[in-house]
Each structure stands twice: as C-alpha cells, then as structure tokens.
Design a binder for this molecule. Structure first.
Ligand SMILES: *Cc1c(COP(=O)(O)O)cnc(C)c1O
Length: 242
C-alpha cells in the first residue's frame, strides 16, 4: 500500500470513529466533545502515528513508556500532542516519562501514585492521573481493588498529582452485555467515592475499539481506541502493521 493510501485510510477511520463517538455522546444527552478520543498507537510506528495526528487526533496513548519516549521525539509528534500512559508504569520509568507531561491513566498502586507525585513535584509541574480499578475481579488484570481506592481517596493526597477520576478495562473476552455491566459498576463506584471523599473525579477512562459505545452509554469521558483507527491496515492475526 502506498503511503498516500495509508494516510487516507487513517483519515477516514478517524472521521468515522469521531462520528460514532459523537452520536453515542449525543444519545446520552451530553454535548458533542464531551468524550475525548485517545488514539492508541501501540500497533503502529511513528510515521503512522504522525499520520493519525495529521488527521486530527491530538491525544495519543501508549502502553509502553519506552515507545512513548521514542515517539515523542519524532518529527510531527513533538508538539501539539497530549500523551497518555495507559499501560503499567514501572517506578523506574516515571521520571523519564514525566518529561512529556502525559496524563497517566494506569495508576495501579499507592506506591506508584506517590512516586509520580514526588517526581512531579521535583519537575515542578502537577501530573493528571487516573486510578485504575480492577473491576472485572480478574486476577490477571492490573488495577486496584475498589476498597483500596476508597482508602486512598479518604486520605490526604500527595502534592504533585491531580486525581481526575478512574480508569477501567472490561474483563478479557467479556461480551458487550457483560462489559456494559462492568462499566456501569465503575460509574456507580465513582459516584460513591466522589460523594464520600468530596472529590470530583469527573473523568472515567473506559471503552476500547470493541466496547466504546457501551462505555459512553455508561458515562465514559475518555475512550481509548486503537485497532479501530487502523482498520484495513493491520494484520488480523497479529494486530501489527502490515
Ligand atoms: C491496546 C489498548 C487499548 C486499545 O485497544 P483496542 O482494542 O485496539 O482499541 C486501550 N487500552 C489499553 C490499556 C490498551 O492496552
């Protein structure tokens, strides 16, 4: 496939995703634009990532910090992009990641929250974070139990982090009904924690290519969409760029 065709395809995919997200958002009675699309670019290289930015997607998510660091230095990705860390972040990769001032969706331990806070204070800027909740109860899944998040939010939070809300993933292999139940559970949990702690927790990061419409119905404010944006461009069996 020629580069111009790839570019065009990415543009079309971006536009149709935006349309679907807007339709789903309006259906919940919210303003269009009330749901932010994070383009998850872990399947593709920096060139294709830059094509997605040219199409208009300015929020990019990566689950591997080293890949984020590399892409953030690439032509066409150095400015105007808001980065999102969506995968497990090891403590020893926090400092380097903060250089790009990302939103961190995947705070999955108290220790990581404190590490991000300390390093942010040191760097002289606050970091927006989301607390990842393990809603599926799936042992394999990362994220904190609801009780632990409750405990965390009942204490004074450290300087340097702004806790914006919760992030969750539906359990692996769940059908759309089960996903919807889990997303509903996350919103209910957020409402409860918000009332109890007096914190706003306005963001809910939930929904991926296969379940973002359900997530929006359940109140998601950030959907993390990867494969759908590269429809027709990824190998179905491996999920990586052809
Ligand atoms: C890969 C990934 C996504 C995007 O998944 P798709 O199904 O390709 O849209 C979203 N969130 C996280 C944490 C991911 O690792």
């Amino acid at each position: 496939m020629k580069l111009s065709e790839i570019e065009q395809r990415i543009q079309q995919n971006w536009q149709s995703v935006q349309q679907e997200v807007n339709t789903a958002t309006l259906a919940t009675g919210r303003e269009p634009g009330g749901v932010r699309v994070i383009g998850v670019t872990k399947y593709v290289d920096a060139e294709w990532t830059a094509a997605l930015v040219r199409a208009g997607c300015l929020d990019l998510g990566e689950n591997r910090p080293q890949v984020l660091w590399k892409k953030a230095e690439h032509d066409g990705l150095q400015s105007g992009v808001r980065w999102h860390v969506i995968g497990h972040l090891q403590s020893n990769k926090v400092r380097r990641s903060l250089k790009y001032q990302p939103v961190i969706h995947s705070i999955d331990s108290e220790r990581l929250l404190h590490r991000v806070a300390t390093e942010s204070s040191r760097a002289g800027h606050d970091t927006e974070v989301l607390l990842e909740v393990n809603i599926s109860g799936d042992e394999e899944k990362t994220g904190m139990a609801a009780d632990l998040i409750d405990q965390l939010l009942s204490q004074d939070l450290p300087q340097g982090v702004k806790v914006m809300g919760l992030m969750a993933m539906a359990g692996f292999g769940t059908d759309s009904n089960a996903a919807k139940r889990q997303f509903d559970e996350v919103r209910v949990l957020r409402d409860k924690l918000s009332a109890k702690s007096g914190r706003k927790l306005s963001e809910l990061s939930m929904g991926m290519s296969g379940d973002y419409q359900q997530a929006i119905e359940c109140g998601s404010t950030m959907v993390r969409i990867g494969s759908r944006l590269f429809d027709g461009l990824l190998d179905r069996t491996t999920g990586v760029a052809r």
